[in-house]
Write a protein that binds this ligand. Structure first.
Ligand code: UTP
Length: 233
């Protein structure tokens, strides 16, 4: 059996300044097309605005970082439910519940074509979940769809000289992200824990701007895509 395609969809794609309703329709069409071609797909949905706002609100009254992470996880599962219901509505063979672990998610491919999930445990983000999900499903790579075009040499919002990288190794990526885990709700080009897990499993990572459905579609179909390709070596 061909391995499922695993993609992390950043929560910013559901709550950004782009035309989210049109984008959701395009995403739905793309997923129907992939399912029609007999491919299986696993989607890990990020928390976006509800995670950020929930964690911000709770920050004043909750100091325990695991509890704050759990609020973020609840938001990712809310967003996963939105996509899962959208696909159920049009008759896709999508798993009827949101799995709580990546091994449970991988098992669901025995019976379903599409598996949608959110976060799992405190201490990492959905980027890392997607890496674990790929490993459990026998997939050699993961697509991280976010709201930036590439991984940059530095944060382009802070450093004008930052340039986009088209191809790099996981070691080079971890030199940029660092190795320390992110704080609850803190965002980064790619979660350092995801990079470490990808190194351990020798997985490739594709990072791209998911707001442009064509780029996402290229990566999902295994074609060259506009974005950053991160190789194990
Ligand atoms: P996200 O995975 O959405 O973070 O998790 P992100 O990638 O930085 O943000 P978007 O989606 O691209 O906007 C949101 C928060 O939920 C908690 C963390 O606190 C994280 O910052 N979380 C998520 C976990 O603790 N564990 C998980 O498995 C997933």
């Amino acid at each position: 059996m061909v391995a499922p395609i695993i993609v992390a969809l950043g929560g910013s794609l559901l709550y950004g300044d782009h035309d989210v309703k049109t984008w959701l329709g395009q995403l739905r069409q793309t997923l129907v097309h992939i399912e029609g071609n007999g491919r299986k797909i696993g989607i890990v949905v990020g928390g976006g605005k509800p995670a950020r706002e929930g964690i911000n609100l709770a920050n004043d009254v909750i100091s325990d970082r695991f509890r704050l992470d759990e609020i973020g996880i609840a938001a990712t599962r809310l967003n996963a439910t939105i996509l899962q219901k959208m696909l159920q509505e049009i008759g896709c063979k999508v798993a009827p519940s949101i799995p709580e672990t990546t091994s449970e998610a991988a098992t669901m491919f025995d019976s379903f074509n599409i598996v949608i999930m959110g976060g799992t445990k405190p201490g990492h983000t959905t980027d890392a979940v997607s890496v674990a999900f790929a490993r459990e499903s026998g997939s050699a790579h993961v697509i991280i769809a976010t709201n930036v075009s590439h991984v940059y040499t530095a944060d382009p919002r802070k450093d004008e000289s930052a340039t986009a990288i088209e191809e790099m190794t996981l070691d080079e990526l971890s030199a940029i992200t660092g190795t320390e885990s992110l704080k609850p709700g803190q965002s980064a080009a790619v979660d350092p824990i995801a990079v470490q897990w990808a190194k351990d499993a020798l997985l490739r990572i594709g990072v791209l701007d998911g707001r442009d459905i064509r780029r996402l579609e290229d990566a999902l179909e295994g074609r060259p895509f506009e974005g950053t390709l991160v190789r194990p070596e």
